[in-house]
Design a protein around this ligand. Structure first.
Ligand code: C2O
Ligand code: CU
Length: 699
């Protein structure tokens, strides 16, 4: 992809030079000079060919190796924008140049001023415009690479139309000049100042026009002061409802609020956990500022739950009714609690402006839900999440299986990794922790990466192990592995299990021996040598075997959504930036996926961009069906799926938890820059609003 971009840039430059040289042929002082210049111009036709061929080769290679979503635009837009003008150079301009050379040959010895007809031949539009069109075509293709028209929208045609208009305009202009200079009475003088002035004025007009477009798109990108989650562009994923409601949606321009269907509306506030009944466990979390010390002595000005970072680990048992009271002491921005990965009822999901109002200083909010799944989860504030999580408003949420299935001997350790300012730490430990564990003890390490740093490296040495669970869901028959590097995406969790040997074991974090957990029978000893460990990276798509699943790749899906992740240059909330887009847009122009309760939903997630995006869907676990066309071997349920550049995943879930659910990149920097959308259930509405005029800023 980079070679395509470089090729396009070179093509713009070469063709630009060639075009301006071609249009100056007519100013040759005499026939001999024209003869020589025409020869040079033929060379320029050759120079153009090199970058053009590079671009086309890069595109062909992409077609051969990648899914069509990666190259459709390149094959059908970039390639013609390059190939057609270059072809016109060879079928139109080159023969004219050859003829021009023949026509000036006889006179080439003598220094004769140009005859009117020779002047005409050297100023023919067919000789000049193909070079200029090549430059403009490559420029247009370059624009399309920076802002891919995928999926296609009508306003994506604007640059193409501008290109065609510009080429037509150049043709008209050169045609007029051609008639002028071929007239015997015309005196042709090379007036560089006049040309410079003319070019300058064209440049000024273009810059002003571009500036206008720039300004308007900047203003348009400002987020509304107040909006709700029901307004936006609905994507029906080709579902049954789309057909049934077709008329209604056409009349409203494909934008529709969820009131357009027949179900009586339900507010997210009604979709609560059990409101009555004595809770099995009660917790109180107070959001407050605190200065906390890391083990090295470094101090961190943190936003905390209960004055500690991470917040207290909440340990509960599957099936229990939980009640958590959130108090906000002094976090002026407000706070909430989102139960990341736990599929709670919608009203308990803790997203400011979607399922509740942000809890401001002095306020209180109570969450009540039954923990249905057992596994490793975490909680964090979902009000200004990027800042809140970076500063420490998060903690571990561990749901243990029901008492009778639980081995009481298990040494169960949570390792939450985070970066405090520039220091990486596990909880508050920013060096190697030592722990004594009796040989023979079953050990479970729960790895949670809470950092915006997209991926964290974990390496266990000294024992074989299993990855028993991903994102809080157990794997089926996970193989015992060794010497395997684990890379965990932000928001994701891996549960690692092994039986403690009588020799030391080390869980190294961040690829060095400076951070991690050292375990040995007496807590003493040396870190096992891991310098020679083979660097295979754990691949969840080829691990474990298929257990019982409620649906699979061959099931009939009620909805098929496509989520294309990419980058483009553009505005978000008035700021020009490199944007991370979903289906070409940033929030609030990203699509809303609409489903109906009970449906089976498939989503194809494609990353065309340059960086990873851990995509996190609230309220549901996605069964990963395939990666890059290959079926996943195990039973891999994910709630935070790390989609790498070039990856295509197929995932599926049952729409069994009605509500309005965020679906966003869990690199919270990306989410805060607009890489967020939501999943909607038909008939569900939200009374809450977000925007600068409200207190709610979920990202
Ligand atoms: Cu862990 Cu929407 O977030
Ligand atoms: Cu991202």
């Amino acid at each position: 992809m980079e070679s395509e971009l470089i090729g396009l840039l070179l093509l713009v430059i070469f063709a630009w030079i060639a075009g301006s040289k071609a249009s100056r042929l007519v100013y040759s002082p005499n026939t001999e000079r024209l003869h020589r210049k025409a020869r040079k111009q033929l060379f320029w036709a050759g120079y153009i060919l090199v970058p053009a061929a590079a671009v086309l080769t890069a595109i062909v290679l992409m077609i051969l190796s990648l899914n069509s979503a990666f190259w459709q635009d390149r094959a059908f837009l970039h390639a013609p924008l390059v190939a057609i003008p270059v072809l016109s150079v060879f079928v139109m301009a080159v023969p004219k140049l050859v003829r021009l050379r023949k026509g000036t040959k006889a006179a080439s010895e003598a220094e004769v001023p140009l005859e009117a007809d020779v002047r005409g031949h050297s100023a023919e539009p067919g000789l000049i415009v193909p070079f200029q069109a090549t430059a403009l075509g490559a420029l247009t293709a370059f624009y399309y690479s920076m802002s891919a028209p995928v999926p296609f929208q009508w306003d994506d045609t604007v640059p193409l139309v501008l290109f065609l208009v510009a080429v037509a305009g150049l043709w008209v202009r050169h045609d007029r000049r051609y008639w002028k200079v071929s007239h015997p009475n015309t005196v042709v003088r090379y007036r560089p100042w006049v040309m410079l002035l003319r070019n300058l004025s064209v440049l000024i007009i273009v810059v002003l026009a571009a500036g206008g477009v720039f300004y308007v798109s900047m203003q348009n990108s400002r987020l509304p002061e107040q909006m709700d989650m029901m307004s936006g562009v609905v994507d029906y994923g080709g579902g049954a409802v789309a057909a049934a409601n077709d008329h209604a949606h056409h009349s409203s321009g494909n934008t529709s609020s969820s009131s357009a269907n027949s179900n009586p509306a339900v507010s997210v506030s009604q979709l609560t956990g059990p409101r009555t009944g004595t809770p099995d466990r009660k917790f109180t979390l107070t959001a407050e500022k605190a200065t906390v010390r890391l083990s090295s002595g470094k101090s961190v000005d943190a936003w905390t739950y209960n004055g500690q970072i991470p917040g207290p680990e909440l340990r509960i048992k599957q099936g229990e009714l939980i009640e958590v009271t959130l108090n906000n002491k002094d976090i002026e921005q407000g706070a909430t609690i989102h139960w990341h990965g736990l599929d709670v009822p919608n009203a308990e999901d803790g997203v400011a402006g979607v399922t509740q109002d942000s809890v401001m200083p002095g306020e209180t909010y109570t969450y009540r839900f039954v923990a249905e799944q057992a596994g490793t989860f975490w909680y964090h504030s979902h009000q200004q999440s990027k800042e809140a999580v970076q500063k420490g408003l998060f903690g571990a949420l561990i749901v243990e299986p029901k008492t009778d299935d639980m081995d009481p001997k298990v040494k169960d350790i949570t390792l939450m990794t985070h970066r405090w300012n520039e220091t990486f730490a596990v909880s508050v430990s920013d060096s190697v922790e030592r722990m004594s564990i009796e040989p023979g003890t079953p050990v479970r390490l729960r790895l949670v990466n809470t950092d915006d740093w997209v991926r964290q490296k974990y390496q266990l040495t000294g024992t074989p192990f299993q990855v028993s669970a991903i994102d809080g869901s157990d794997l089926h028959q996970p193989e015992v592995i060794e010497n395997t590097l684990l890379e965990l995406t932000t928001g994701g969790r891996y549960d690692i299990t092994f039986v403690m040997p009588d020799t030391p074991v080390f869980m190294g974090i961040g690829g060095k021996n400076k951070l991690g957990l050292f375990m040995s029978p007496d807590g003493k000893g040396d870190i096992p040598d891991n310098s020679t460990v083979a660097a295979t990276t754990f691949n969840p798509a080829a691990y474990g075997s298929t257990g019982p699943v409620p649906f699979h790749a061959a099931s009939r899906f009620d909805r098929n959504f496509t989520m294309i992740l990419d980058n483009k240059l553009g505005f978000y909330n008035g700021q020009f930036n490199n944007l991370y887009t979903i289906n070409g847009e940033v929030f609030p122009d990203t699509p809303m996926f609409m489903v109906r309760e009970g449906e089976l939903v498939k989503t194809t997630i494609i990353n065309r961009g340059a960086v990873d995006h851990p995509m996190h869907l609230h309220g549901h676990h996605m069964l990963v069906l395939s990666r890059n066309g290959k079926p996943v071997t195990g039973t891999w349920w994910s709630d935070t799926l790390d989609v790498l550049p070039g990856d295509t995943y197929e995932v599926a879930f049952r729409a069994d938890n009605p509500g309005i659910w965020m679906d966003h990149c869990h690199n919270l920097v990306h989410a805060a820059a607009g890489m967020t959308m939501h999943l909607m259930y038909e008939g569900v509405t939200s009374p809450f609003t977000i925007g600068s005029a409200t207190r709610n800023h979920p990202e």
